[in-house]
Design a protein around this ligand. Structure first.
Ligand code: PBG
Length: 328
C-alpha cells in the first residue's frame, strides 16, 4: 500500500513507539576499550592524538580499568609498550613482558572485566614490522612462516598470564591456525581467539602508532595488510580464519568499511567485531574541539551505524563515554 494509506511518519513522532520499533541497539556489553601499558610506576602519559587516553604503568592501568568497569565497560584490549625492542620481539612473549605483568595485576584485582590482548610483534620489533624481517641483498621481506612461532608463543604467554581472549592483529597467513594449535597444546583449549581477519593497510592508524610507538622504521605495511579496494578478499580472509579456528572475526577499520562488516555478517553469521580505529575517533574529536560536531551525538551515531551494519562488538576509544551515555 502506498500513500495515503501508508505514512511512515506515524511511528516516528511518539518517543516510546519510536523506541519500540528501533532496529539497531547499542549496549555497553558490546563495547571494548583499548588501553596502553608501559613500564614504570605512577606513569600516566597523555597521548596527544588520542585526547583522554594515556600510556599507563601497571599500577595506573589497574586504576583506569577499575574506572572503566565502574562506568559499565565490560572488556578492555591491552597493548604494550616494551622497555626494549629487538629483532625477535622478545618482550612480546617474555613472562616478565609488560602485557604479562599487566594481565597478572588485573587478574589480582578481580575486576568485572574481560581482558583481551592484542597479539602482534610490531611494537616489540626494533624495525616496527608485524613479522620477522628477512634481508636478501637489497630486498627486505617479511618472513611469514618464521613469524608464526613468535606469534603463537606470544598468545600462549598471554594465556598463561590470564588473558581471556587473544586477538592476533599481524595479518600473517596461517597465524590463527598456529595460535590455535599452540594454545591447545598448552592446555588452553577453551581460550577463544578474536582474529583481526580483515585488516586494511589504512591511513587511519596514525594516532595509534604514536600511542603504541609501533610505526614501521622503513617501508609500510602494504605487504601484509589488505588493499582498501578489496571487499571480496575480506570474505576469503574471514573464511580462512574461521577454518583455522577463529571464534570472533574483526573488520578494521570500521567506519570506512561498513560494507565489509555487512558482508561478513551476512555471509558467515558468526560473531563480528568492528574496530573503530584511532584515526576515525580522532576525526570526531578534532571536529568537536572546533565546535563543528556534537561529539556525543556524532559518536553514538557512528557506533549505531556499526551495529546496524552487523557488528556484534565494537572496539572504541570512546567506550567509557558511550557506556556512561547508555547507562539507564
Ligand atoms: C598492530 C595494531 C595496529 C592497530 C591495532 N593493532 C596498527 C597498525 O597496524 O599499525 C591500530 C589500531 C588503531 O588505529 O586504533 N598491528
Amino acid at each position: 500500500m502506498a500513500y495515503p494509506q501508508t505514512r511512515l511518519r506515524r511511528l516516528r513522532s511518539h518517543p516510546i513507539l519510536r523506541a519500540m520499533v528501533r532496529e539497531a541497539r547499542l549496549n555497553p556489553d558490546q563495547l571494548i576499550l583499548p588501553l596502553f601499558v608501559r613500564h614504570g610506576r605512577h606513569v600516566r602519559e597523555p597521548i596527544a592524538s588520542l585526547p583522554g587516553h594515556h600510556q599507563f604503568s601497571v599500577d595506573r592501568l589497574v586504576r583506569e580499568a577499575a574506572e572503566a568497569a565502574r562506568v559499565g565497560v565490560r572488556a578492555v584490549l591491552l597493548f604494550g609498550i616494551p622497555a626494549k625492542k629487538d629483532a625477535r620481539a622478545s618482550e612480546s612473549y617474555a613472562p616478565s613482558g609488560i602485557v604479562q605483568q599487566a594481565l597478572r595485576a588485573l587478574k589480582d584485582r578481580r575486576l568485572p572485566l574481560a581482558v583481551i590482548t592484542d597479539v602482534c610483534l610490531c611494537g616489540y620489533m626494533s624495525h616496527g614490522h608485524c613479522g620477522m624481517v628477512r634481508r636478501q641483498g637489497q630486498r627486505v621481506t617479511i618472513d611469514n612462516d618464521a613469524s608464526l612461532d613468535l606469534l603463537a608463543r606470544t598468545a600462549v604467554s598471554h594465556a598463561k598470564a590470564g588473558a581471556e581472549l587473544v586477538a592476533p592483529s599481524d595479518m600473517m597467513d596461517g597465524r590463527v591456525g598456529a595460535i590455535r594449535q599452540a594454545l591447545d597444546q598448552a592446555g588452553f583449549t577453551h581460550l577463544p581467539i578474536m582474529s583481526y581477519a580483515a585488516k586494511y593497510a589504512s591511513s587511519f592508524y596514525g594516532p595509534f602508532r604514536e600511542a603504541a610507538e609501533s610505526a614501521p622504521r622503513f617501508g609500510d605495511r602494504t605487504g601484509y595488510q589488505m588493499d582498501p579496494a578489496n571487499a571480496h578478499e575480506a570474505l576469503r580472509e574471514v573464511a580462512l580464519d574461521l577454518e583455522e579456528g577463529a571464534d570472533i572475526v574483526m573488520v578494521k577499520p570500521a567506519l570506512a568499511y561498513l560494507d565489509v562488516i555487512y558482508r561478513v555478517k551476512r555471509r558467515f553469521g558468526c560473531p563480528v567485531a568492528a574496530y573503530h580505529v584511532s584515526g576515525e575517533h580522532a576525526m570526531v574529536k578534532a571536529a568537536a574541539a572546533k565546535g563543528w560536531l556534537d561529539e556525543t551525538k556524532a559518536s553514538m551515531e557512528i557506533l549505531l551505524a556499526m551495529r546496524r551494519a552487523g557488528a556484534d562488538l565494537i572496539i572504541t576509544y570512546g567506550a567509557k563515554e558511550a557506556a556512561k551515555f547508555l547507562q539507564p
